[in-house]
Every structure is written in C-alpha cells, then in structure tokens.
Write a protein that binds this ligand. Structure first.
Ligand code: FES
Ligand SMILES: [Fe+2]
Length: 367
C-alpha cells in the first residue's frame, strides 16, 4: 500500500503561530486552499481565500485599509472581513453574491486554528489543546518547516520514535529508544492514539543533559498522544535514574505533582499544505530553566537540527514513493512491532477519510 495523500478537510488545523499574524496581509496554503490571513482592528484573526474573484490576483499581495478591508492590488475589488465584495471600480452596482470564501478561525494556546471544510461542522470545542504553550510556569521555543512530502509521512515519522536512535543519534537518540518496546492504545471515542515507551535506565542524550544539567543514567518516559490528523503531543519526562512519580501521575498533566523530574512537552501541528507537502509546526515547552535564555537558545537550535534531519529523510522518502507510484502504481512496505502506533493512526485516518467519502488503501490489521 502507498502512504496516503488524502487530505481530511473537516478538521481544525494550525494555520499559523499567533505571533506570525499582524496587521499585514499574510499568505499560507492549507489543504490546497490559498489563504490570506490578517489580524483585524479588534485583534481577531481573519482568514479569506487568497484569490480575487475578478481575475484571481492574490489578495495577500494587495492592500489592507482601515475598516479591515482588502483592496485588490490589480483592479480594486474591495472585500470586507467576511469576504463580501463591497466595492468594484467604475460602477456602483456590485455583482450579486460577489464574495471570496471566508474560513472559521480560533486562536487558542498561542496557535491560530482554521477550518477549511464544511462550515456547519466547525465546532471550536473539538480543537485539541496544548496548554503548556501559553501557561505560567512554562516556556517554549518553536519553529516551522515545510516538508515536500505528504502529511502521512510526517505522521509515520512522529509515531515511531525508534528512528531517534538512527536518524537523531548524538541529539535525542540513544540505544535505549530503539531497544525499549512500546505500548499502543487507541481511544476511538476521543479520536486519540497513545504510544508509550518507558525507559527505566537510559543514557541521558545531549538534548536533556545540556538543558537540564543532569548527568549519568536517567529514567526517561515518552508518552505520545496523537489526535489525527492535526495535533501531536509528546509528553517527555526525564529524571535521575530510579526516580519515579507518585502513584496516579498522568503524563501531560499535573507536572507540579511530580517534583524532581523535568517535563518537556513536544508539540507538533501537522497541517497539509497540498497533497504532497505539509507544514511542520514544531514546539518544545519546558517546565525547567524557564527564564534561562541559553537553555532556550540551545533547545531551539538543537530541536531545529533534529527537525531538519526529519525533513531531509521525509523529502527523500516522498521522492522515492512518488517515483514508485509513477512507474508501478504500488509501494511495498513491511511493518514490524515498532509500527503499531503509526498503523493505528493510519486506521484512524482511514475512518476520517471514509467519513468524507474518500477511500484509503487498507492498513494491515496487525503486524
Ligand atoms: S483581479 Fe482583483 S480586481 Fe481584478
Ligand atoms: Fe525525528
């Protein structure tokens, strides 16, 4: 089977970081839809189609005037923040129904979420949360890379962290990551796949040694919660070897109840740009050294290096499978135990695709 290129449209996706959106016009393509995004005078974020209805000139290359109106840079069609055309040149009559599409937007947890699919289905309460990104007691670093590869490749990559040992050795990978078995759990009602890898006695990789100051062996937990297709959270807990949390501790919650450990929330927003490209929003939030600019700089540089290693790998895989699809029509894969998380995510994606009338190739029932 081929890793799918189907885009799930009836979903919230991260379109931008809140700080990217100002009173300037900003262009980004989400789910094959070119958008123009801006912050209106009241502070709310607006997302409209980036194509003027007259002759398709990009509105993002146009002018934003007072009253939150965009004047097309080609012949002056003017649109309000709902996308309605409110003025055209050389005539007072505006063609009936003249408007560009507008998209529901919610700004939450420092992220700008947009809904591209059927408007009536957009329910803001369904947006997955990442509270650590804008919460007291936490600090975060972040970045954005575009990958010339389909969304499903990034999903596979993040769901199988055994690649840390090989692709990211010397940064976040140590032998124990690939050697420790995972447990996978699917919560269909919540639409979440959970993958856990608890390493009792592991080497401390440079990423954590340099940011926490720990040395020697550590106890390292990785608990993934992925809500396909859009938000991935890796709850990372590291502590001196043998230091465990109190009974009842749930990774991702109540870090205050787990003294003596360092918590890092690694968040990825996976936003399809086109069928064959994906925006990789990456964020690393920590509850230690929160006022230390050197730790911030270190984590930013280091994590960006790691992300770029993934970008390179996925770009290569995309090229290979696109060519295989072109010449043969099928791509052969062989999955093993480490793939159970990724396969569970693929199955969930398949259900989402079916709900919008698309079919995806079969995922093996088990490995
Ligand atoms: S293309 Fe926008 S007004 Fe002509
Ligand atoms: Fe990676």
């Amino acid at each position: 089977m081929s890793p799918s290129t189907v885009i799930i449209r009836n979903q919230w996706y991260v379109a931008a970081y809140g700080e990217e959106i100002t009173g300037e016009l900003f262009a980004r393509t989400i789910c094959n839809e070119p958008l123009v995004i801006y912050r209106a005078e009241d502070g709310e974020v607006v997302a409209l189609s980036d194509r003027c209805i007259h002759r398709r000139f990009p509105l993002s290359k146009s002018r934003l005037i007072s009253g939150d109106r965009i004047v097309c840079g080609y012949h002056g069609f003017t649109y309000d923040r709902e996308g309605t055309c409110v003025a055209v040149p050389a005539q007072t009559r505006i063609p009936k129904g003249a408007r560009v599409a507008s998209y529901p937007v919610v700004e939450q947890d420092s992220l700008v979420w947009v809904w591209i699919g059927d408007r009536e289905l957009a329910d803001a309460s369904a947006i997955p949360r990442a509270p650590w990104l804008a919460q007291e007691g936490w600090a975060s670093v972040r970045g954005l890379e575009k990958i010339e590869g389909r969304h499903s490749l990034l999903m596979d990559n993040l769901m199988d962290l055994s690649h840390e040992t090989y692709l990211h050795g010397g940064y976040i990978g140590t032998p124990e990551v690939a050697d420790t078995p995972i447990t996978t759990e699917v919560d269909e009602a919540a639409g979440v796949v959970r993958v856990s890898r608890h390493m009792d006695d592991a080497e401390c990789p440079p990423f954590y040694a340099n940011s926490t100051g720990m040395s020697g062996r550590i106890t390292r937990w990785q608990d993934i919660e992925y809500q396909p297709p859009c938000l991935y959270r890796l709850h990372s807990r590291v502590a001196p070897q043998g230091h465990y949390p109190a009974e009842g501790y749930v990774p991702g919650h109540d870090a205050d109840d787990d003294p003596g450990a360092f918590h890092t929330e690694i968040v990825y927003a996976l936003t399809p740009e086109t069928d064959h490209s994906v925006h990789d929003f990456w964020m690393v939030a920590r509850d230690f050294a929160i006022d230390d600019p050197e730790v911030a700089e270190y984590l930013h540089t280091n994590n960006r290096t790691v992300v770029l290693q993934d970008v390179d790998a996925l770009t290569l895989v995309e090229r290979v499978i696109t060519e295989e699809e072109r010449v043969g029509g099928t791509v052969t894969e062989r999955s093993i135990n480490i793939d159970t998380g990724a396969l569970a995510a693929r199955r969930m994606m398949k259900l989402l695709a079916r709900a919008q009338g698309d079919e995806m190739a079969d995922t093996p029932a088990r490995v």
